[in-house]
Structures are given as structure tokens and as C-alpha cells.
Ligand binder design. Structure first.
Ligand SMILES: O=c1ccn([C@@H]2O[C@H](COP(=O)(O)OP(=O)(O)O[C@H]3O[C@H](CO)[C@@H](O)[C@H](O)[C@H]3O)[C@@H](O)[C@H]2O)c(=O)[nH]1
Ligand SMILES: [Mn+2]
Length: 583
């Protein structure tokens, strides 16, 4: 895995756009149209207010409004979400000119909706045009972007493929309604933070050197509300900042699931090989010459959105690798468990980088993609290092060279080399020491928890024992929880089975360190067990928040007693088993 990652160091590229120069290459009237696709799935875990915010933030882009269309996919088919959007459409008429005139970048319209909210339970329409840019004007008389709400038809007989399915439906619906050559995909927890974003994207699309080579422009995921030292390592500096530059130099960025500007043409094969869609209206060259609310256009949109449409067509499942910002440990681990499953889905599919990728992308790019696809195998070395040297130490069995042996030097060299390099990368990407420390801790936690559970889930799913499930990352904030997060305190709270191996590792490291120390004092045999003592000690320092959560804390986020007891019992069993093996 380490070797594979080194491919990202060979040709890093850092890019910068100059939107102020755009006028020199493309006239404003020639700007391409843009279709924005936003997905939401559940109004209780993803408050409609925040989805509305996402939509409003992109509708206010500094871009000709007649070229902008926003499509919202609601997998929850929720009357509440639809209602929020109907209100948002009215609100936008006031809000968009307000932003334009006052140069506002972001505004939270929450209070506006609070006073207007009433719940309704009527059946939700599947496709609803809320704003049409040839018809709807804002309060200053300017036309507004298109705003289209789509709730997918679900069927018990065909699989709806979660977010990937939603994206596919919106891709087709947008094709028959507006067919913009550029498509932005956004998760409902993302907001536009810069009204100039589209102009920046145009810089890439107007650059003749890049235009034909790349199928998408990936903007990194940035999160607001991360606590001071980023205890859950949610910035994913390696994934979103450091490695993408390396990817770029080798031929293109990794798709991180959201904030992607696609060229629609890219969905139809390589520049030299055009794959025709099953109906001509889905073709990227198809010109939509009727207004979006016309009966013909709507009828076709309904047709391509239907849940049976995909049968007997090549529309399939697409998986992606990427990140978001949860504020409790269980949310974090669940999210990363889902990624682990998704990674193995790719690694062991016919699109595996090892088989499919290597023929098309070359060795270096294959290596880079592989370390993502095979991400869950990190669990093997991490778990080994969390238990094996410690169990051996307890039994006074030496597994590393003595200080006096020449091979001893290899270990401090590897440890310091790897950690120093990692630290250096991290601070070069504007990280602090504490952030880095938390990042490496989360790396080990992940290796003991999500990656195992994800691998297991993948296995059970492959054997047909389990069906796939997309557990949404919660976007609802619990006050107490967010207070703990702000204070940088780990939030356990729920008795998740994923906490068991983690707690076991914490216990084994502590026990072995204490027993090792006792042995050293008794027989002054530090020479042989030094490396093991160091690893256990390092483990103990890393596990500090777990001991606190186990013993000292009384708040709701402490480690549930049930988990502590289960882990203690299993640790004891492991201890007994190990003493048989090592004796
Ligand atoms: O059946 C579903 C399930 C999810 N979603 C949407 O998918 C998006 C991502 O879901 P979220 O719960 O926010 O997942 P995160 O873990 O926060 O997202 C990260 O991980 C995902 C892959 O697991 C990527 O797709 C995302 O882009 C990436 O930010 C959200 O907009 C959801 O509304 C659907 O539309 N339909
Ligand atoms: Mn998310």
C-alpha cells in the first residue's frame, strides 16, 4: 500500500484559475448551460432546510440565469421536502436579486421558512417544475434559473441503487429537459461557497489543452464546522488535497462523489468513440427546442425517470470513493464502513483497477486507484500491530530484534521515516501538529473498526446473506453532541459493535505496557522487549480518549458499559488463548 501511494509523488500538479481573464476567450452569451443535480434521501436525517440552502446557493451563482438549471432528486419522496422547495421557489424571487445587489455569498434562509411551515401529506408528484427560466421572474424582473423537483418512482421488484440510481435518473431527466453540456453533481449537505465557481470551471472548459482530455473537474470537499484540532480527521487531507495533485499529474483526479463538474459528453464514451444512447433525446447533441414545462418534454421526462426504464438498457451502478463531516464516532465509522464496502465492490468487480484499469490507465495510475479500492486491507497490519506485539510482550516473548542486533535499526528507521513523511505531507497541506496527531489516531481506529466491519459486510453481501444498505450520514445536529464535538471530546454514546475491537485494543495495550514495565523493573530486560514496549506505549497514548470514555466520563457520549464489559471479557479470552499459544 505504501509503495502504491508513492506514485502520487511523481508528478504533482497544482492548478489555479483566473476567471478575470475569461472575457478574453469566451463571450458571456456563449457560456455553456449548466445542469446542477442535487440528491437528498430522507427528510429526517437531512433537514429539507439544508437541501434548500444547497439549491439556493447554486441558484445564486454569478452566471447567466437562463443557462442554469437545478434538479433536486428526493429519494424520500417527501411532501415536506417538496413543500420546502415550493416555498424556496417563492423565496428565491426575493433572495437571488438580494444576493446579487448586495454581493452576498451565503445566507441562511431558515428563519423565513420557520414562520411559513405547515405539514401536508398529499401524494408527492414525481416531477415538478418549480421555476422555469422563460417564465419565472424575480422581484427585480430578471429571469430565474430552472428549478425542478424529481421524486423517483420506487418499485419493490427493481433495485433503486441509492445515490447512484438517483444520479442516473437525474442525468436522463436533465437530458430531456435542458441537456446542458456541463453537469454539476452535489450532495445535499454541500453548499456553494463561492459565486464564481462556475466561472472557474469555465476556465477549464475553455482551455483547448484540457477540454478534450478531461471528462470532469473535481473540486475538493471542504467542510465547515470542523472542530479546532479536527478530532475525527474529517479534512481527509490525503484524499482531498495531497493525493489529487498527484493524480492530476498522472492523468486526472479521483472522483470523490460530490462537487464534480462533468462534461455530459463524457458519459458517452471516449472522444474517439461515441456510444449512442438508447433514445436520441438522451444524446449530448440533442437540442431541446421546447420549454421545460411543455407536455411533450414532461411526458418524456416521466418516461426516462420511471423505475422500469432501466430494464434492458445499459444504465448501471456506479460507485464512488469519498467523504463528509460527521460529529460522532459512530457516524464517522459507519460512513467509512460504507466506503470500505464500496471500495471492495470496485476492487472485486470487473472494473477493478488491477484488471480493467491497468489496460487503460497505465501502471502508476493503477497503483494510485488500487490503494483506494483495496483500502480495507489496511485493517490487517493495523490490527496485527495493535495486538500481536502486545500479547507477546505479556508472555515475555520477543518478536523484534534486540537493541544490540544490527536489524534493530531498521525499526526506528521505518517508524520515524514513515511518520515523519506523513507529518511533513500533512503540515505542507496547512495542517497543524494536533490535527495530524488526530489524523493518525483515526487511521488506526479505522483499521480496527470500519475497515473490518466493511470487509465483513462486503463478504456477507457477496455470499448473498446480506442486502446492501446505504446508511445515510446524519446531518441533524444534537446540541449536547455538538458541544462535545466543539470541545474536542470523542463521542461514543451508542453501543456499536464496532467499538468492541477498539476497546479490546485499548485494554490489551494498557495491560501489556504495565506488565512489560513490571518485567523491565524486575529483571531489567529492556534490551529485548524495547520495541514491543514502545509499540504498547504508543498504543496507550493514542488510546487515551478511550480510557477516559471508559472510566472517567459521565456524559451521554461515554463508552457504554455494555461495550466495556464485552470487550473486557473478550480481551481476557484472548489473553488466555495467547498464553497457550506463546507457551
Ligand atoms: O438512497 C440514497 C442514499 C443517499 N443519497 C444521497 O447521497 C448523498 C451522500 O450521502 P451522505 O449520507 O451525505 O453520505 P456521506 O458519507 O456524507 O458522503 C460521502 O460518501 C458518499 C459515498 O459513500 C459519496 O457519495 C458522497 O459524495 C460523499 O460526500 C446525499 O446527498 C444523500 O441524500 C440518495 O440520494 N439516495
Ligand atoms: Mn454527506
Amino acid at each position: 500500500m505504501w509503495c502504491a501511494a508513492q506514485a502520487s509523488r511523481l508528478y504533482p500538479i497544482q492548478r489555479k484559475e483566473f476567471p478575470e481573464n475569461l472575457d478574453k476567450v469566451v463571450k458571456r452569451s456563449d457560456y455553456p448551460a449548466v445542469d446542477v443535480i442535487i440528491c437528498t434521501a430522507d427528510p429526517t436525517r437531512e433537514p429539507p432546510m439544508s437541501v434548500v440552502n444547497t439549491a439556493l446557493s447554486v441558484m445564486a451563482y454569478d452566471y447567466p440565469t437562463e443557462k442554469l438549471s437545478v434538479y433536486v432528486s428526493d429519494d424520500g419522496g417527501s411532501a415536506l421536502t417538496l413543500f420546502a422547495f415550493m416555498e424556496a421557489a417563492k423565496f428565491a424571487a426575493h433572495w437571488l436579486p438580494f444576493c446579487r445587489e448586495n454581493n452576498i455569498v451565503q445566507r441562511n434562509p431558515e428563519s423565513y421558512f420557520e414562520s411559513n411551515y405547515s405539514s401536508s401529506s398529499e401524494a408527492v408528484e414525481i416531477i415538478k417544475v418549480l421555476l422555469a427560466n422563460n417564465r419565472s421572474k424575480d422581484v427585480t424582473g430578471n429571469f430565474m434559473p430552472n428549478l425542478i423537483y424529481v421524486s423517483r418512482e420506487k418499485s419493490s421488484t427493481s433495485h433503486h441503487h441509492f445515490k447512484a440510481g438517483a444520479l442516473n435518473v437525474l442525468l436522463r431527466v436533465s437530458a430531456v429537459m435542458t441537456n446542458a453540456p456541463i453537469i454539476l453533481t452535489l450532495d445535499c449537505d454541500m453548499y456553494s461557497n463561492d459565486p464564481q465557481t462556475l466561472l472557474r470551471v469555465l476556465c477549464y472548459y475553455s482551455d483547448p489543452e484540457i477540454r478534450s482530455k478531461y471528462s470532469y473537474v473535481q473540486f475538493p470537499q471542504h467542510f465547515h464546522g470542523i472542530n479546532k484540532n479536527d478530532i475525527y480527521a474529517c479534512q481527509f487531507k490525503r484524499l482531498f488535497v495531497i493525493q489529487p495533485m498527484g493524480f492530476d499529474g498522472l492523468g486526472g483526479s479521483n472522483n470523490v462523489g460530490t462537487n464534480l463538474f462533468f462534461s455530459r459528453r463524457a458519459f458517452f464514451g471516449s472522444p474517439s468513440n461515441f456510444i449512442s444512447p438508447e433514445i436520441p433525446e438522451l444524446s449530448p447533441d440533442h437540442l431541446v427546442d421546447k420549454p421545460i414545462q411543455s407536455p411533450e418534454v414532461l411526458a418524456l421526462a416521466y418516461h426516462v425517470a420511471g423505475c422500469n426504464y432501466e430494464n434492458q438498457t445499459p444504465w448501471g451502478y456506479r460507485a464512488s470513493v469519498s467523504g463528509e463531516c460527521p460529529i460522532s464516532l459512530v457516524d464517522l465509522l459507519t460512513q467509512q464502513k460504507r466506503w470500505a464496502v464500496g471500495d471492495f465492490d470496485v476492487a472485486f468487480s470487473k472494473y477493478s483497477p488491477m484488471i480493467y484499469g491497468i489496460r487503460r490507465l497505465g501502471l502508476l495510475m493503477t497503483l494510485l486507484y488500487s490503494q483506494y479500492a483495496f483500502w480495507p486491507i489496511w485493517s490487517i497490519p493495523i490490527t496485527t500491530y495493535a495486538f500481536l506485539p502486545q500479547l507477546a510482550l505479556i508472555n515475555q516473548v520477543r518478536v523484534f530484534p534486540k537493541v544490540s542486533e544490527p536489524w534493530f535499526l531498521l525499526y526506528p528507521f521505518l517508524f520515524l521515516g514513515a511518520y515523519w513523511q506523513d507529518y511533513f505531507d500533512f503540515v505542507s497541506a496547512n495542517g497543524t501538529f494536533q490535527m495530524w496527531w488526530n489524523d493518525q489516531r483515526i487511521w488506526t481506529i479505522r483499521g480496527l473498526t470500519s475497515l473490518w466491519f466493511g470487509s465483513l459486510e462486503f463478504l456477507l453481501k457477496s455470499l448473498g446473506i446480506l442486502t446492501h444498505d446505504f446508511s445515510l450520514t446524519s446531518k441533524v445536529v444534537d446540541d449536547e453532541q455538538s458541544k462535545r464535538y466543539d470541545q474536542g471530546i470523542f463521542d461514543f454514546g451508542v453501543p456499536s459493535p464496532m467499538f468492541v475491537p477498539l476497546t479490546m485494543a485499548a485494554l490489551i495495550n494498557l495491560v501489556s505496557f504495565i506488565m512489560g514495565l513490571a518485567e523491565v523493573v524486575k529483571s531489567s530486560n529492556l534490551e529485548g522487549l524495547l520495541i514491543q514496549m514502545f509499540i504498547a506505549g504508543f498504543g496507550v497514548v493514542n488510546c487515551w480518549p478511550i480510557y477516559e470514555a471508559m472510566v472517567f466520563r459521565k456524559d451521554k457520549g461515554k463508552l457504554p458499559t455494555k461495550i466495556t464489559l464485552t470487550a473486557a471479557f473478550l480481551t481476557w479470552a484472548l489473553y488466555i488463548a495467547a498464553s497457550f499459544i506463546f507457551k
